[in-house]
Design a binder for this molecule. Structure first.
Ligand code: HEM
Length: 181
């Protein structure tokens, strides 16, 4: 997992819960990196799981809720770091249906070792998108937050439902229906 995911995560934790909590979860997680991350470095995904688990224990928020909050913050980071990728789109459904064939393809050019999910589009129209998320990392709630923020970015709204196709969340079907216009 790329360092930018860790650096932004720890910054958000510091903002919301304070530096003490950052220090505490780093200490409790016994990290090979010792919690020292650079944005362009690559670190084991298990480090993120450790940090999330301890933050969850500390805050009484579920890992799913933490991922949702974090993804909303991460969208702003992506939008300001890669405006060219997002500005190409005028519509949230166009953007979301292009993650697999365009956006994450470009991400892989920037970070060849990025660990990205796959999204398979099953159904697409002007107002509806159905796609399957697959990833060994089961970060579907991170995807949900990014999807919600994508609609907000375009001043649009949607109803997004998800159905786990595998109980561990490594395969999830998203049904997205635009609710405005
Ligand atoms: C400009 C737009 C975007 C950029 C630059 C971008 C870039 C990235 C980067 C750098 C990572 C981390 C990879 C790693 O740590 O190795 C990532 C992960 C991820 N991205 Fe994107 N992304 C974008 C848009 C989106 C959108 C709109 C979604 C919505 C579904 C999405 C879904 C995900 C998910 C779910 C992950 C977590 C990894 C996993 O589940 O396996 N991305 N993306």
């Amino acid at each position: 997992m790329k360092g930018i995911v860790f650096t932004e995560f720890l910054e958000l934790v510091e903002d919301k819960f304070g530096l003490e909590v950052v220090d505490k979860i780093i200490e409790q997680s016994n990290l090979p990196s010792q919690g020292v991350y650079t944005a362009i470095g690559t670190y084991d995904f298990s480090e993120m799981l450790g940090l999330l688990k301890h933050l969850s224990e500390h805050t009484q928020l579920s890992i799913d809720d933490l991922l949702l909050v974090y993804s909303e913050h991460f969208f702003s980071v992506l939008a300001s770091s890669y405006p060219g990728l997002i500005d190409k789109y005028k519509d949230p459904i166009e953007l979301l249906s292009s993650i697999e064939n365009h956006i994450h393809v470009e991400v892989r050019k920037i970070y060849p070792d990025a660990e990205l999910p796959t999204f398979e589009v099953l159904e697409k129209s002007e107002s509806k998108l159905v796609m399957i998320y697959k990833s060994s990392r089961a970060m579907y709630n991170f995807g949900l937050g990014l999807m919600r923020k994508t609609f907000e970015h375009f001043d649009s709204t949607a109803h997004i439902s998800l159905e786990k196709l595998k109980p561990d969340g490594t395969e999830v079907k998203f049904s997205i229906v635009k609710t405005n216009e």
